[in-house]
Design a protein around this ligand. Sequence first.
Ligand SMILES: [Zn+2]
Length: 333
Amino acid sequence: MQKSVILLTTCLALLGGVSARAATKNPTPANKYRYAAKKASYYNKSTSAYYRSIWTAARKSWNNSKAFKWSTTKNKKSRTFTTSVAKNSGIWTNATGMAYNGMSYDKTGHQTGAAMYLNRTVLKKYKYNKKQRTNVAIHEMGHALGLSHNQSGSISVMNPANRVHPLRNVDIRGAKKVYTTPLSTKKVLASSAKPTLTVDHLKDYSNGIYGVEAIRKDAGTIVEGTITKSVAHHKAPKNYYTTQTLKINEHFKGLSGKSVTFTQGGTTKMAVTDSEVLHQGEEVVVMLAKNAAGNYYVINDGQGMFVDTHTSNGHELFEHVSDHTIYTEDMLH
Ligand SMILES: [Zn+2]
């Protein structure tokens, strides 16, 4: 018995090792946005000298790589800007930072504006040191210039919940690839001409079934039910979220009431990367936590949502919103 437990542990360690090595080797993947050339100018909106210097350190790190050149502008109307906020509700709950791609475009479909945010509240609460805050700033600049997340556990500044990794070779190669790969057709550009938020959370659960098991443990509440009401909120600075009311059909963990109200990131007008706004009438399993004010929110947007697709051989099947993997109901509680 003991032997099989050890064997299983070894297998898991090997799997983890393989995925991290693979990610370290392959260039960090691209998102669908890019500037016309490998350079952009931003207005630094941060009023604190401390956060201004963090953005400056992040800029220098990218500039030293020669993959992209960030410069600053004194033009307050610049569509590309860096800033910091202090927020602990709505979309910002447990968010270390955020990138807002596609704020504006030119005629050829190239991005002409992107916003980069750091969340002082979460970075302070979880005691990120200055170097670690700079790593998050480099990460947000990475999204803005056209990079997506690297794999879970990857040694990359674009690790989905990066704290410790500075800019790595895989990220530099990823950025160079963005600016040496010809643009897709105009049709693709036209369909992508919509702003998207990438919200960076304190923790990441993107590692397939291992991620689902981890989020199940962390969630105080797991319920299944039907969405009965969706109310979209558009609040400045960039706090787009939807308040959902769920009529509960099954309780798997936590609260015992007949309904629950929770928030999720994004609205029908503003998408959140790897998530989607739940619609009235949809049957879902949601993994929830409570914020400091006692309000429920879905953990990491798409990573904590599973939409009922159909029934097969008596099993209800749910699609994980963040990566579209299908799970049976019993795998979710
Ligand atoms: Zn990110």
